[in-house]
Design a protein around this ligand. Structure first.
Ligand code: HEC
Ligand code: HEC
Length: 260
């Protein structure tokens, strides 16, 4: 794109652009005056879609579930009405089965599917219909739900939370961007206990262990793991790996644990 200052210094080019702009608005003006259809649709009696309900509450839904609801409706107007477009409030919601024309008295159904993956708390999703030959011309249908986390899987023995698909999304992946105590709770406390007090693996709030173990050793073990003993690696062969800064923040947190 040429800069404004360059245009000013080139009167020929400026003239040409003005000419083009003029031509474009001339064409546009004439397009507006296109011949009017013989029987304008406005004279047709409008249709009127009546829905059994325009709001639906799913109640409590488990986070990650894919849920469906069918909206039923009928054209109660004197003329045909067309559902020309459905727009949803988020990519997680799809509406299908309704895009067509409905004769007076004709019924229809629209299925809405919502993928709750990654959603939390109380949420509302909306589908907006654009109607042709109707009064009104748009309609909003809403659905609400309260998302609750799924019950935690029962853990009887130590399992690798970094590589097992059933654990990774909530443990390793939810630690992305976290550091210190928050990161420790996502990725270390499952085995080393909340506040490092021990569980499947050793306690870290132990004065003797703290003195005997250097920062470099902790970093190296977090980096490579102790595969024979069941301590997973958090960097080598793991996606996403913990960053150097994250590992540093864990060492700092471990050092801050009050020794017993
Ligand atoms: C839906 C998310 C989710 C999934 C899936 C998940 N966890 Fe967890 N897990 C959590 C949360 C949240 C906590 C609590 C963390 C805290 O207390 O800081 C937790 C805590 C734990 C604890 C500590 C339990 C306790 O009583 O302190 C262990 C052990 C654990 N998870 C292991 C696993 C393993 C192994 C898997 C895979 C089989 C897994 N988790 C899958 C979310 C999940
Ligand atoms: C899946 C279980 C598990 C998870 C999760 C886990 N560890 Fe471990 N960790 C172990 C086991 C098992 C050992 C070796 C046996 C022991 O020390 O109890 C170990 C040992 C260690 C050691 C060496 C202890 C020593 O003996 O000197 C360090 C340091 C350590 N873990 C740090 C961490 C940190 C930091 C995290 C979080 C990033 C973490 N671990 C997450 C299971 C786990």
């Amino acid at each position: 794109m040429p800069k404004r200052s360059q245009l000013k210094t080139d009167p020929l080019l400026t003239g040409f652009i003005l000419l083009l702009a003029g031509l474009a608005s001339f064409l546009h003006f004439n397009a507006d005056k296109a011949p009017v259809p013989a029987s304008p649709p406005a004279q047709q009696a409008p249709g009127h879609l009546v829905f059994e309900h325009s709001f639906f509450d799913f109640g409590t839904v488990m986070e990650g579930d894919i849920i469906k609801h069918t909206f039923k409706f009928k054209n109660d107007g004197a003329g045909k009405v067309k559902i020309a477009k459905t727009e949803t409030s988020c990519g997680c919601t799809t509406a299908s089965g309704a895009l067509k024309e409905y004769a007076p008295g004709e019924s229809g159904e629209m299925e809405v599917v919502i993928d709750t993956k990654g959603k939390k708390g109380i949420i509302v999703k909306t589908v907006t219909l654009t109607l042709e030959n109707s009064d009104p011309v748009t309609l909003d249908l809403s659905m609400s739900m309260k998302l609750e986390p799924p019950p935690h899987p029962k853990i009887e023995k130590m399992r690798n939370i970094n590589t097992e698909a059933a654990c990774k999304s909530c443990h390793l992946e939810s630690g992305e961007g976290q550091s210190g105590v928050f990161l420790f709770h996502r990725v270390c406390s499952q085995c080393h206990g909340k506040k490092g007090t021990g569980g499947f693996a050793r306690a870290m709030n132990n004065g003797v262990w703290q003195k005997a173990t250097s920062d470099a050793k902790i970093k190296q073990i977090v980096h490579d793991g102790l595969p024979e003993q069941g301590m997973p690696s958090f960097v080598t062969g793991v996606t996403p790996p913990l960053s150097g800064e994250q590992v540093e923040s864990l060492v700092k947190y471990i050092r801050s644990l009050p020794p017993q």
